[in-house]
Design a binder for this molecule. Sequence first.
Ligand code: ZN
Ligand code: ZN
Ligand code: ZN
Length: 317
Amino acid sequence: MILVKYIKLTISLFLCLLLIGCNPKSKEINSNSIYLKVLGTIQDGGIPHLGCNKKCCKDYFLGQTKRVGVSSLGISNLKNDKKYLIDATPDINFQLKELIGNENFSEKLNGIFITHAHMGHYAGLLNLGKESYNSKNIPLYSMPKLHDFILNNGPWNQLVNLNNINLVKIFADKELILDDNLSLTPVQVPHRDEYSETVGFIIKGNLKKALYIPDIDKWNKWNISIVEMIKKVDFAFLDGTFYDSNEINNRDISEIPHPFIIESLDLFKTLSKAEKDKIYFIHLNHTNPVLNKNSKEYKSVISKGFNVAETGMEFIL
Ligand SMILES: [Zn+2]
Ligand SMILES: [Zn+2]
Ligand SMILES: [Zn+2]
Protein backbone atom coordinates (compact mmCIF):
# COMPACT_ATOMS: atom_id res chain seq x y z
CA MET A 1 0.00 0.00 0.00
CA ILE A 2 2.78 2.39 1.05
CA LEU A 3 4.79 1.29 -1.97
CA VAL A 4 1.85 2.00 -4.31
CA LYS A 5 1.46 5.46 -2.76
CA TYR A 6 5.20 6.09 -3.14
CA ILE A 7 5.14 5.03 -6.79
CA LYS A 8 2.11 7.25 -7.45
CA LEU A 9 3.81 10.21 -5.80
CA THR A 10 6.98 9.59 -7.79
CA ILE A 11 4.99 9.44 -11.03
CA SER A 12 3.10 12.63 -10.10
CA LEU A 13 6.33 14.42 -9.30
CA PHE A 14 7.90 13.24 -12.54
CA LEU A 15 4.92 14.53 -14.53
CA CYS A 16 5.04 17.82 -12.65
CA LEU A 17 8.76 18.16 -13.37
CA LEU A 18 8.00 17.62 -17.03
CA LEU A 19 5.40 20.39 -16.85
CA ILE A 20 7.82 22.79 -15.18
CA GLY A 21 9.84 22.73 -18.34
CA CYS A 22 6.98 24.20 -20.36
CA ASN A 23 5.44 26.49 -17.78
CA PRO A 24 7.52 29.44 -16.63
CA LYS A 25 5.14 30.00 -13.69
CA SER A 26 5.90 26.58 -12.20
CA LYS A 27 8.93 26.59 -9.97
CA GLU A 28 10.19 24.79 -6.93
CA ILE A 29 7.71 21.95 -6.97
CA ASN A 30 8.24 19.46 -4.17
CA SER A 31 6.21 16.91 -2.29
CA ASN A 32 4.74 19.70 -0.14
CA SER A 33 3.45 21.57 -3.16
CA ILE A 34 -0.03 22.61 -3.95
CA TYR A 35 -0.66 23.09 -7.59
CA LEU A 36 -3.51 24.77 -9.28
CA LYS A 37 -4.60 23.75 -12.75
CA VAL A 38 -6.86 25.66 -15.10
CA LEU A 39 -9.47 23.12 -16.22
CA GLY A 40 -11.54 25.49 -18.34
CA THR A 41 -11.75 29.15 -19.29
CA ILE A 42 -15.11 29.77 -20.98
CA GLN A 43 -18.28 31.55 -19.81
CA ASP A 44 -21.22 29.41 -18.63
CA GLY A 45 -22.66 28.71 -22.09
CA GLY A 46 -19.41 27.07 -23.24
CA ILE A 47 -17.99 26.87 -26.73
CA PRO A 48 -19.47 26.07 -29.19
CA HIS A 49 -22.35 28.08 -27.80
CA LEU A 50 -25.90 26.87 -28.38
CA GLY A 51 -27.31 28.52 -31.49
CA CYS A 52 -24.20 30.52 -32.36
CA ASN A 53 -23.78 30.76 -36.13
CA LYS A 54 -20.89 33.17 -35.99
CA LYS A 55 -17.25 32.66 -36.81
CA CYS A 56 -16.31 32.27 -33.14
CA CYS A 57 -18.01 28.88 -32.84
CA LYS A 58 -17.75 27.54 -36.40
CA ASP A 59 -14.61 25.42 -35.96
CA TYR A 60 -15.81 24.15 -32.58
CA PHE A 61 -19.06 22.88 -34.10
CA LEU A 62 -17.03 21.17 -36.83
CA GLY A 63 -14.87 19.53 -34.15
CA GLN A 64 -11.77 21.10 -35.66
CA THR A 65 -10.43 22.62 -32.47
CA LYS A 66 -9.26 21.29 -29.15
CA ARG A 67 -12.00 21.13 -26.52
CA VAL A 68 -12.00 24.10 -24.16
CA GLY A 69 -14.19 23.75 -21.08
CA VAL A 70 -16.22 26.14 -19.00
CA SER A 71 -14.27 28.08 -16.36
CA SER A 72 -12.98 25.84 -13.57
CA LEU A 73 -9.87 25.24 -11.45
CA GLY A 74 -8.47 22.04 -10.00
CA ILE A 75 -6.32 21.94 -6.88
CA SER A 76 -3.87 19.10 -6.23
CA ASN A 77 -2.20 18.76 -2.86
CA LEU A 78 0.83 16.56 -3.44
CA LYS A 79 1.66 16.36 0.25
CA ASN A 80 -1.59 14.67 1.24
CA ASP A 81 -2.59 13.26 -2.14
CA LYS A 82 -5.79 15.31 -2.05
CA LYS A 83 -7.70 16.99 -4.85
CA TYR A 84 -10.34 19.67 -4.99
CA LEU A 85 -12.47 21.08 -7.78
CA ILE A 86 -13.66 24.67 -8.00
CA ASP A 87 -16.98 24.87 -9.82
CA ALA A 88 -18.89 21.93 -11.27
CA THR A 89 -19.33 22.96 -14.89
CA PRO A 90 -21.27 21.27 -17.71
CA ASP A 91 -17.83 19.99 -18.81
CA ILE A 92 -17.18 18.20 -15.50
CA ASN A 93 -16.77 14.83 -17.25
CA PHE A 94 -13.63 16.03 -19.00
CA GLN A 95 -12.46 18.20 -16.16
CA LEU A 96 -12.57 15.49 -13.48
CA LYS A 97 -10.82 13.11 -15.86
CA GLU A 98 -8.09 15.73 -16.16
CA LEU A 99 -7.88 16.25 -12.40
CA ILE A 100 -8.33 12.71 -11.05
CA GLY A 101 -7.46 10.51 -14.03
CA ASN A 102 -8.70 6.92 -13.90
CA GLU A 103 -9.16 6.73 -10.16
CA ASN A 104 -12.39 6.60 -8.18
CA PHE A 105 -13.81 10.13 -7.88
CA SER A 106 -15.66 9.34 -4.65
CA GLU A 107 -12.34 8.40 -3.04
CA LYS A 108 -9.99 10.79 -4.75
CA LEU A 109 -12.00 13.98 -5.03
CA ASN A 110 -11.86 15.54 -1.58
CA GLY A 111 -14.25 18.37 -2.22
CA ILE A 112 -16.05 20.62 -4.68
CA PHE A 113 -16.31 24.36 -4.11
CA ILE A 114 -19.09 26.24 -5.87
CA THR A 115 -18.91 29.97 -6.60
CA HIS A 116 -22.66 30.38 -7.31
CA ALA A 117 -25.81 28.82 -8.70
CA HIS A 118 -25.52 29.74 -12.36
CA MET A 119 -25.44 27.05 -15.00
CA GLY A 120 -21.73 27.10 -15.75
CA HIS A 121 -20.74 26.77 -12.11
CA TYR A 122 -22.97 24.07 -10.65
CA ALA A 123 -24.98 22.30 -13.39
CA GLY A 124 -22.22 19.69 -13.64
CA LEU A 125 -23.20 18.41 -10.19
CA LEU A 126 -25.99 16.44 -11.87
CA ASN A 127 -23.34 14.14 -13.33
CA LEU A 128 -22.60 12.91 -9.81
CA GLY A 129 -26.16 11.60 -9.45
CA LYS A 130 -27.71 8.18 -9.81
CA GLU A 131 -28.32 8.54 -13.53
CA SER A 132 -24.62 8.99 -14.12
CA TYR A 133 -21.58 8.53 -11.82
CA ASN A 134 -23.52 7.90 -8.60
CA SER A 135 -20.74 9.27 -6.41
CA LYS A 136 -20.47 8.59 -2.69
CA ASN A 137 -20.29 11.39 -0.15
CA ILE A 138 -18.20 13.93 -2.05
CA PRO A 139 -18.04 17.06 0.15
CA LEU A 140 -19.75 20.01 -1.50
CA TYR A 141 -18.61 23.28 0.03
CA SER A 142 -21.24 25.98 -0.40
CA MET A 143 -22.27 29.33 1.04
CA PRO A 144 -25.43 29.45 3.24
CA LYS A 145 -27.94 30.55 0.58
CA LEU A 146 -26.61 28.03 -1.95
CA HIS A 147 -26.58 25.36 0.77
CA ASP A 148 -30.28 25.96 1.47
CA PHE A 149 -31.13 26.16 -2.22
CA ILE A 150 -29.58 22.75 -2.88
CA LEU A 151 -31.20 21.25 0.19
CA ASN A 152 -34.67 22.51 -0.68
CA ASN A 153 -34.89 22.07 -4.44
CA GLY A 154 -34.88 19.19 -6.86
CA PRO A 155 -33.02 17.82 -8.65
CA TRP A 156 -30.17 19.00 -6.42
CA ASN A 157 -31.53 17.63 -3.16
CA GLN A 158 -31.66 14.16 -4.64
CA LEU A 159 -27.86 14.28 -4.64
CA VAL A 160 -28.03 14.98 -0.90
CA ASN A 161 -30.76 12.44 -0.18
CA LEU A 162 -28.87 9.68 -1.97
CA ASN A 163 -25.55 10.70 -0.35
CA ASN A 164 -23.88 11.47 -3.66
CA ILE A 165 -22.67 14.68 -2.03
CA ASN A 166 -22.20 15.87 1.55
CA LEU A 167 -23.13 19.50 2.03
CA VAL A 168 -20.63 21.55 4.01
CA LYS A 169 -21.44 25.18 4.77
CA ILE A 170 -18.80 27.83 4.23
CA PHE A 171 -18.93 31.51 5.09
CA ALA A 172 -17.72 34.73 3.50
CA ASP A 173 -14.27 35.86 4.69
CA LYS A 174 -13.93 32.79 6.89
CA GLU A 175 -10.77 30.90 6.08
CA LEU A 176 -11.42 27.19 5.75
CA ILE A 177 -8.34 25.12 6.58
CA LEU A 178 -8.48 22.10 4.31
CA ASP A 179 -5.07 20.61 4.97
CA ASP A 180 -2.05 21.80 6.95
CA ASN A 181 -0.70 23.39 3.77
CA LEU A 182 -3.93 24.56 2.10
CA SER A 183 -6.86 26.84 2.89
CA LEU A 184 -9.70 28.45 0.97
CA THR A 185 -11.48 31.68 1.86
CA PRO A 186 -14.71 32.68 0.10
CA VAL A 187 -15.02 36.38 -0.79
CA GLN A 188 -18.51 37.56 -1.61
CA VAL A 189 -18.96 39.62 -4.78
CA PRO A 190 -21.89 41.48 -6.37
CA HIS A 191 -23.57 39.47 -9.16
CA ARG A 192 -27.06 38.36 -10.24
CA ASP A 193 -27.90 36.38 -7.12
CA GLU A 194 -31.24 34.71 -7.94
CA TYR A 195 -30.66 31.37 -6.22
CA SER A 196 -27.45 31.84 -4.28
CA GLU A 197 -24.93 34.42 -3.23
CA THR A 198 -21.83 34.66 -5.44
CA VAL A 199 -18.30 34.25 -4.19
CA GLY A 200 -14.76 34.15 -5.44
CA PHE A 201 -12.08 32.19 -3.60
CA ILE A 202 -8.69 32.95 -2.17
CA ILE A 203 -6.70 29.74 -2.39
CA LYS A 204 -3.72 29.75 -0.06
CA GLY A 205 -0.98 27.17 -0.40
CA ASN A 206 2.41 26.72 1.23
CA LEU A 207 4.05 29.61 -0.53
CA LYS A 208 1.54 31.54 -2.56
CA LYS A 209 -2.05 32.70 -2.85
CA ALA A 210 -4.38 32.75 -5.82
CA LEU A 211 -7.61 34.67 -6.24
CA TYR A 212 -10.41 33.30 -8.44
CA ILE A 213 -13.33 35.54 -9.39
CA PRO A 214 -15.03 34.19 -12.54
CA ASP A 215 -18.19 36.30 -12.26
CA ILE A 216 -18.62 39.77 -10.83
CA ASP A 217 -20.60 42.87 -11.57
CA LYS A 218 -18.54 46.00 -12.30
CA TRP A 219 -15.45 46.34 -10.07
CA ASN A 220 -16.76 49.63 -8.64
CA LYS A 221 -19.91 47.89 -7.33
CA TRP A 222 -17.74 45.86 -4.97
CA ASN A 223 -17.02 47.13 -1.46
CA ILE A 224 -13.48 45.78 -1.78
CA SER A 225 -10.79 47.33 -3.95
CA ILE A 226 -9.74 44.77 -6.55
CA VAL A 227 -6.49 46.69 -7.03
CA GLU A 228 -5.61 46.26 -3.35
CA MET A 229 -6.71 42.62 -3.47
CA ILE A 230 -4.37 41.91 -6.40
CA LYS A 231 -1.47 43.25 -4.35
CA LYS A 232 -2.19 40.68 -1.62
CA VAL A 233 -2.13 37.61 -3.87
CA ASP A 234 0.32 36.02 -6.29
CA PHE A 235 -2.10 35.06 -9.06
CA ALA A 236 -5.50 36.56 -9.89
CA PHE A 237 -7.93 34.77 -12.21
CA LEU A 238 -10.47 37.45 -13.00
CA ASP A 239 -13.75 37.85 -14.86
CA GLY A 240 -12.87 38.58 -18.49
CA THR A 241 -16.26 37.58 -19.95
CA PHE A 242 -16.41 40.31 -22.59
CA TYR A 243 -13.58 42.25 -24.16
CA ASP A 244 -15.61 45.33 -25.08
CA SER A 245 -19.04 46.44 -26.25
CA ASN A 246 -18.49 45.31 -29.87
CA GLU A 247 -19.30 41.77 -28.77
CA ILE A 248 -22.73 42.71 -27.54
CA ASN A 249 -23.75 44.87 -30.47
CA ASN A 250 -22.54 48.08 -28.91
CA ARG A 251 -24.99 48.12 -26.04
CA ASP A 252 -24.14 50.66 -23.37
CA ILE A 253 -21.23 49.03 -21.54
CA SER A 254 -22.36 50.37 -18.19
CA GLU A 255 -25.47 48.14 -18.52
CA ILE A 256 -23.53 44.90 -18.86
CA PRO A 257 -23.05 43.22 -15.49
CA HIS A 258 -19.41 42.27 -15.99
CA PRO A 259 -16.24 44.35 -16.05
CA PHE A 260 -15.18 44.51 -19.69
CA ILE A 261 -11.56 43.55 -20.21
CA ILE A 262 -10.88 47.06 -21.57
CA GLU A 263 -12.34 48.53 -18.36
CA SER A 264 -10.14 46.23 -16.25
CA LEU A 265 -7.05 47.10 -18.30
CA ASP A 266 -7.77 50.76 -17.65
CA LEU A 267 -8.37 50.21 -13.91
CA PHE A 268 -5.19 48.16 -13.56
CA LYS A 269 -2.97 50.34 -15.74
CA THR A 270 -1.17 51.96 -12.80
CA LEU A 271 -0.17 48.62 -11.29
CA SER A 272 3.50 47.68 -11.50
CA LYS A 273 4.72 45.23 -14.14
CA ALA A 274 4.93 42.47 -11.51
CA GLU A 275 1.37 43.11 -10.31
CA LYS A 276 0.00 43.08 -13.88
CA ASP A 277 1.73 39.76 -14.51
CA LYS A 278 -0.38 38.19 -11.74
CA ILE A 279 -3.60 38.76 -13.69
CA TYR A 280 -5.17 36.07 -15.89
CA PHE A 281 -8.49 36.83 -17.58
CA ILE A 282 -10.88 33.87 -17.42
CA HIS A 283 -14.61 33.04 -17.93
CA LEU A 284 -14.42 34.23 -21.55
CA ASN A 285 -17.60 34.44 -23.59
CA HIS A 286 -17.56 32.49 -26.88
CA THR A 287 -17.55 35.83 -28.70
CA ASN A 288 -14.51 37.15 -26.84
CA PRO A 289 -11.72 37.95 -29.33
CA VAL A 290 -8.97 37.16 -26.79
CA LEU A 291 -9.79 33.47 -27.34
CA ASN A 292 -7.95 33.92 -30.63
CA LYS A 293 -4.23 34.42 -30.07
CA ASN A 294 -3.90 36.10 -33.46
CA SER A 295 -6.43 38.80 -32.65
CA LYS A 296 -5.32 42.36 -32.01
CA GLU A 297 -7.28 42.27 -28.75
CA TYR A 298 -5.31 39.26 -27.44
CA LYS A 299 -2.05 40.90 -28.49
CA SER A 300 -3.10 44.12 -26.78
CA VAL A 301 -3.80 42.34 -23.46
CA ILE A 302 -0.43 40.56 -23.59
CA SER A 303 1.54 43.63 -24.70
CA LYS A 304 0.14 45.58 -21.76
CA GLY A 305 1.62 42.96 -19.41
CA PHE A 306 -1.51 40.92 -18.56
CA ASN A 307 -2.36 37.27 -19.29
CA VAL A 308 -5.25 35.27 -20.69
CA ALA A 309 -5.93 31.97 -18.89
CA GLU A 310 -5.64 28.80 -20.93
CA THR A 311 -6.84 25.30 -20.14
CA GLY A 312 -3.96 23.22 -18.81
CA MET A 313 -1.96 26.07 -17.27
CA GLU A 314 -0.50 25.14 -13.88
CA PHE A 315 0.61 27.25 -10.94
CA ILE A 316 2.47 26.26 -7.82
CA LEU A 317 1.04 27.67 -4.60
ZN1 ZN B 1 -20.50 32.38 -15.01
ZN1 ZN C 1 -19.92 31.78 -30.88
ZN1 ZN D 1 -23.01 33.95 -12.92
